[in-house]
Design a protein around this ligand. Structure first.
Ligand SMILES: C[S@@+](CC[C@H](N)C(=O)[O-])C[C@H]1O[C@@H](n2cnc3c(N)ncnc32)[C@H](O)[C@@H]1O
Length: 278
């Protein structure tokens, strides 16, 4: 029940973010303080100016914590699945890389996000992409049907992470690759942060310990699992987001909680492969 309530909070929060219109200007929930800041977040996460200029500004809401597309070495003609595709930024970049013979599927459980991502694809005139409404714990995708799975700052929000990795393994073709950018913990969070719903929907308190994350991916059947990049994750991204910056959350995150010990949180890029004989 607790899990279902958290899932609803996640859906409500990202539904509100998806409905922030147009430029994300001003202090609208979830959109930092405008296009420039969302671009800044994206640059820090590893996107190039070429990536940012390739799509309309409103596609990038600055919601990621890395750039899985950059590390996926996508090839023309590949089928790509994005777990928790949000406004579709990574899907649209991936669609450009795989070309007309390739295909990209974004899955997200928040109807407003799916609606917005479809609008973005139309606006950018990108046709080799589709967005499906669904949970990443129960992927609306056929067995062994995709070449590459990407995901950006989503798995920390899932209630049953083991099930997400098992589903990812199921839908990946033998020989397929998994590229995840996500938040992990380097040490356990204080109790007050662990119990905060805002910190959960803000991608902090649902994060797994780094080694547990790696072990869960391996347990689902992936091989060659490795962390290819690890960088500290700044809490600035969470507490500057108006939808999680209630005075209580600010206090929990800064004074009482992990303030000053941001070293407990990192953003990782994880690689895994499904063996050809799987
Ligand atoms: C932090 S945003 C990241 C969005 C996108 N990956 C990006 O980088 O812009 C998290 C997204 O994951 C979606 N999400 C969270 N939990 C999910 C789940 N269990 N199944 C499907 N989508 C989920 C949310 O609706 C939201 O759009």
């Amino acid at each position: 029940m607790q899990g279902e309530r958290l899932k609803k909070s996640v859906r409500d929060r990202y539904g509100r973010i998806a409905q922030t219109e147009g430029s994300c200007c001003g202090s609208t929930p979830g959109c930092y303080s405008g296009i420039d800041q969302a671009r800044d977040v994206a640059r820090k996460n590893g996107y190039s100016d070429e990536d940012l200029n390739a799509l309309p500004d409103r596609v990038n809401l600055g919601l990621g914590c890395g750039n899985p597309v950059a590390l996926a070495s996508l090839r023309e003609g590949e089928t790509v699945l994005d777990l928790g595709s949000g406004p579709g930024f990574d899907c649209l970049l991936a669609a450009r890389r795989v070309g007309a013979r390739g295909h990209v599927i974004g899955v997200d459980m928040t109807p407003e996000m799916v609606f917005r991502a479809r609008e973005h694809a139309e606006e950018a005139e990108i046709t080799n992409v589709e967005f499906r409404l669904g949970e990443i714990e129960h992927l609306p995708v056929a067995d062994s049907s995709v070449d590459v799975i990407i995901s950006n700052c989503v798995i920390n929000l899932a209630i049953d992470k083991g099930q997400v990795f098992r589903e990812a393994f199921r839908v990946l073709k033998p020989g397929g690759r998994l590229l995840i950018s996500d938040i992990v913990l380097l040490s356990p969070l204080p109790e007050c942060v662990r119990g905060s719903v805002d910190a959960y929907t803000g991608c902090i308190s649902g994060a797994m310990l780094k080694q547990d994350f790696v072990d869960a991916v391996k347990k689902a059947g992936f091989q060659h699992v490795e962390i290819r990049k690890e960088v500290p994750f700044s809490l600035e991204y969470v507490i500057s987001d108006p939808s999680t910056s209630s005075p209580v959350t600010r206090r929990i995150l800064t004074e009482d909680g992990i303030g000053g010990t941001e070293k407990s949180i990192a953003s990782i890029h994880l690689f895994g492969r499904k063996e050809t004989n799987s």
